[in-house]
Design a protein around this ligand. Structure first.
Ligand code: NI
Ligand code: MN
Length: 230
């Protein structure tokens, strides 16, 4: 698995030759403006919930690439109304085997509406199993007890956790979440993009390392040569 961080909660995963884009919010992110969304290629787009800072680039990228959109039933229905017919609806607790691996949609404690006010279903995270690895993309969420279950039922190699506070859990709760999930390798997301979620990187890394955990704060780049191997 190869991973590029595209800023905020957006990532591009490459698994078995397939490209999976998560929560695309790139062109209107000041920190990611060096990334040209017109050039981004992907086979799948995973959407955790419908807030603008997770779907801003969804419709144009999905239209251009024909990528399959994976998200809640309600979000996939909304996408169909935007002209995106290649959708795969899921709901909490459900798993599906795609051609790169499996995805299980899991609970996230957060709100979920689309930009036009349409109800988006429950906010979600994803457990992705592929190439013998298990990764957990938590989406926007607070610390919650469901994470204990996720840790008990899965051997998670890497967890993507929001750490910016205010709209999601902050660093202290993310350290506790890592314990619940029983995962030492944490990839930070949902930080620094706006004033409300700016963090002190050194303090954040220290909070994790003091708990015996590794917090990875990746550079924002779509350069495949700079991708992180998971
Ligand atoms: Ni949100
Ligand atoms: Mn968000």
């Amino acid at each position: 698995m190869k991973l590029n961080y595209l800023g905020h909660s957006s990532f591009l995963l490459e698994i078995s030759g397939k490209k999976i884009l998560l929560d695309p919010f790139i062109s209107s992110n000041e920190l990611a403006k060096h990334i040209k969304t017109d050039d981004l290629q992907c086979d799948y787009i995973l959407i955790s919930h419908g807030h603008g800072d997770h779907i801003a680039d969804l419709v144009p990228i999905a239209k251009r690439t024909g990528a399959k959109v994976v998200g809640s039933f309600e979000i996939v229905e909304w996408c169909a109304k935007q002209g995106l017919k290649n959708g795969h609806p899921m709901n909490l607790g459900g798993s599906w085997n795609f051609d790169f691996g499996s995805i299980k949609m899991v609970y996230a404690s957060h709100s979920n509406s689309l930009p036009d006010g349409t109800y988006g279903g429950t906010a979600a995270g994803f457990i992705i199993k592929a190439e013998g690895k298990t990764i957990y993309y938590a989406g926007d969420t607070s610390l919650n007890q469901e994470m204990k279950l996720t840790g008990e039922l899965n051997k998670i190699d890497y967890t993507f956790l929001p750490i910016g506070d205010n709209f999601t859990m902050g660093i202290d709760d993310a350290v506790i979440a890592a314990g619940f999930i029983n995962c030492k390798e944490i990839i930070g997301m949902h930080y620094d993009t706006f004033g409300f979620i700016k963090i002190d990187h050194d303090k954040a890394k220290k909070a994790f390392s003091d708990a015996g955990l590794n917090l990875h704060l990746l550079a924002i780049t779509d350069d495949p040569a700079k991708a992180t191997s998971l």
